[in-house]
Design a protein around this ligand. Structure first.
Ligand code: IVH
Length: 688
């Protein structure tokens, strides 16, 4: 028997009596199971176990590999990030050159491509060519090499003949299997797969927000971010960036032969690699043009950037006959979308006032369609930015949407400015909303009117009611305007004084809508501490800081009493944030609002520590609507009490909480014999 390390209690019994052969069988079983869960999660986007269960399997495998080091193999799921930083990348020569694509920008050019193909194949002009139509990913091309199903190396495209060896980094991409699946195919002896690595837009935005918070320069777009991440010498950095891949073809292969490109993709999919689900076979160029338009329409709703579609003659024998000229195949075409930059004119520069009183200049534009989305305004951030770009009302400008982010003015076309010039932009010296004085802090101008400024009041109420704060469902921006303008709501606590009769006395409210809002307000009265802190809208206190404060101080009154020094001792809280928290609670009006909230019945929760919580070790699943909590709020409570909230019905669920009008999950849960409780029982369990 080998030496036993106790990594966690549940592995103790197994290790105690295990010899290497038994361990080998267990390691193999665990790897298969983990590979399967990776496949469900990263490829099918359909996890079948909770994160906690997955972590448990990984820890168990790590424990066994630690005790039996001889069982470690490079394709083990524990070995994704193993290597040390490199001094430089090596090079890899592609066995088959990685070609580039000819571009088309207009329908005529796409039609010309189709005619050329038919001429080359000596087909009649009316013949319909079958194309594989694919989104053109805006990332970077890579080649992955698998030997006997094991990922052995990977490279960038480079100049098409020689690329950089980025194997270590590609190993950290979760959707690249370290060994291929072979439950429905025979593994090829050797296979080179090509695809595009990209950074999903949501991850790109998160990454840039983090960079900006650290004072680092953000990436210009998701493509640069993906390239920058893949070309890191330290694979741990790459591992922290959630890169993804779609595969679109093969290089060399020692294995099955295919007759169409689409078949090739189907095969790639069966090996467990990811292929874009939007790939489709179309008949004739007219269907291909339709596909192009459909994708252009879809473009804004995808979580990755595409800049066109790729059309490939589907039959491989025809591809062979058509051949290649000057490094681009005659059988493929990149039919690009309209660019994401357009020219338009600035009608005026408007200065808006935000929740914190910050004055933000915004360019109101003559509407223009940029990459399929109509743009009418673009933020100019602050006065310095307007000066730097020298944007003036009446200017012609180029606007762009980079990575689906808020549209911005890229450049001003100075040569189109009228000869007599245009008046320079000036920041107002009084708040445009309430006339209060303006103070400048750093690059930002602030209105000093506080909550007396209706613009700030409206924004702070919107924030208070927003999804991540108190989550008052159905309270829209227009309602907030109406409540503030009618004088019904002068601070956030007034929301809880609203009555159905009161709402009915206002325009546009009916019986049902009034009742719904009153109920939603009632439901929001049980926030977690961190949501309540976040909802207050203290300058510099975002969700993360709110959580840190909740954990440290445990209740709102303790936080209100905290000194600047105590706050600064808290992890992640700097002097500026500490000062802003102290200022907030020193403001009498804010303390009045807190007291008013408490009187109105808003619970001031205490933060329970995770350990020993009422839900410790239990998994809850919610289905249907709840009366006293929002769905997110209920999940927060479970987590704060040390439990877990599941999203799918599975064996691991301990309690299914059935609310009003539960969905099909309840049926499924009943069939599986899971324990079902109602909202009252749930409240009892969590002590609310
Ligand atoms: S096929 C000969 N398919 O476009 C075929 N390429 O300009 C060559 N790309 O380097 C590639 N999406 O980075 C192909 N669905 C797709 C693609 C795609 C993006 C990129 C790839 C390539 C470049 C060629």
């Amino acid at each position: 028997m080998s030496c036993v390390y106790l990594t966690s209690f549940d592995t103790y019994a197994t290790y105690l009596s295990m010899d290497e052969n038994e361990a080998r069988a267990e390691v193999e079983r665990l790897r298969k199971e983990i590979d399967y869960h990776n496949y469900c999660y990263y490829i099918l986007d359909n996890p079948v176990v909770t994160d906690a269960e997955y972590d448990r399997l990984m820890r168990r495998l790590e424990g066994l590999e630690k005790d039996f080091p001889r069982l470690v193999t490079p394709d083990s799921p524990t070995r994704r990030v193993g290597a040390r930083p490199l001094a430089a990348f090596g090079t890899i020569t592609h066995t088959v050159p990685m070609l580039s694509l000819n571009n088309a920008f207009t329908e005529e050019e796409a039609l010309e491509f189709d005619s050329r193909i038919k001429r080359n194949l000596e087909l009649d002009g009316s013949a319909r060519i079958e194309y594989a139509a694919e989104p053109k990913m805006d990332g970077l091309a890579v080649e992955l090499v698998f030997e006997d199903g094991v990922f052995i190396k990977g490279s960038t495209r480079g100049d098409g003949s020689v690329g950089e060896d980025v194997t270590q980094n590609l190993r950290t991409v979760r959707s690249i299997p370290l060994r291929l699946r072979h439950d429905s195919i025979r593994l090829p002896k050797y296979m080179e797969v090509r695809g595009e690595v990209f950074l999903p837009i949501k991850s790109f935005k998160r990454l840039n927000a983090e960079k900006e918070a650290k004072g680092e320069a953000p990436f210009a777009n998701p493509r640069n971010a993906a390239a920058g991440s893949l070309r890191q010498l330290d694979p741990r950095i790459t591992a922290s960036r959630p890169l993804d891949i779609f595969c679109y073809g093969l290089g060399a292969i020692e294995g099955p032969l295919f007759s169409t490109h689409f078949e090739t993709l189907e095969f790639i999919k069966k090996t467990g690699l990811k292929v874009n689900p939007l790939v489709k076979v179309v008949e004739g160029i007219d269907e291909a043009l339709k596909y192009h338009d459909e994708m252009e329409e879809k473009r804004g709703s995808l979580n990755y950037e595409i800049d066109g579609v790729v059309l490939k003659v589907n039959r491989l024998d025809l591809q062979e006959r058509l051949g290649v000229i000057t490094r681009s195949p005659r059988w493929a075409l990149a039919y690009k979308f309209a660019p994401k930059q357009e020219m338009t004119r600035v009608k005026e520069i408007f200065v808006g006032v935000g929740r914190t009183g910050a004055l933000t200049p915004v360019a109101f534009l003559e509407p223009v369609s940029v990459g399929g989305v109509t743009i009418e305004r673009a933020t100019l951030h602050n006065e310095d930015e307007v000066k730097r770009k020298d944007v003036r009302a009446g200017d012609f400008v180029i606007v762009q949407r980079a990575g689906d982010v808020i549209p911005e003015v890229a450049v001003v076309l100075l040569d189109r400015r009228p000869a007599e010039g245009l008046p320079e932009f000036r920041m107002p010296d009084k708040c445009p909303e309430c006339g209060s004085a303006i103070e400048r802090v750093g690059a930002i101008h602030y209105c000093t009117g506080g909550l007396l400024c209706p613009a700030q009041l409206k924004e702070s109420i919107r924030h208070f009611a927003s999804k991540r704060a108190l989550d008052i469902e159905g309270l829209g921006a227009m309602h907030v305007d109406q409540f503030v303008e009618s004088g019904f709501v002068k601070d956030v606590a007034d929301l809880f004084m609203l009555t159905k009769e009161g709402l009915l006395s206002l325009e546009r409210w009916g019986d049902k809508s009034a009742e719904n809002l009153i109920n939603a307000i009632e439901r929001s009265k049980n926030p977690t501490l961190e949501r309540l802190i976040y909802a207050l809208g203290i300058r510099q206190v975002g969700e993360r800081t709110a959580r840190v404060l909740a954990e440290k101080f445990g209740d709102i009154l303790a936080l209100a009493k905290a000194t600047k020094e105590e706050l600064e001792e808290t992890r992640e809280i700097g002097p500026e944030t500490a000062a802003s928290i102290v200022d907030f609670f020193a403001e009498r009006h804010n303390m009045d609002v807190l007291r008013k909230l408490e009187r109105a019945g808003v619970a001031f929760p205490k933060m329970e520590k995770k350990k020993g919580g009422r839900c410790e070790g239990k998994v809850f699943l919610f289905t249907g609507g709840l009366k006293s909590f929002t769905r997110d709020g209920a999940k927060d409570i479970v987590e704060a009490e040390g439990g877990e909230a599941a999203t799918t019905v599975n064996k691991k669920v301990d309690y299914v909480v059935a609310g009003v009008e539960p969905g099909s999950k309840l049926e499924k849960a009943k069939k599986m014999g899971l324990k079902i409780i109602d909202e009252e029982e749930f409240k009892g369990l969590v002590g609310k």
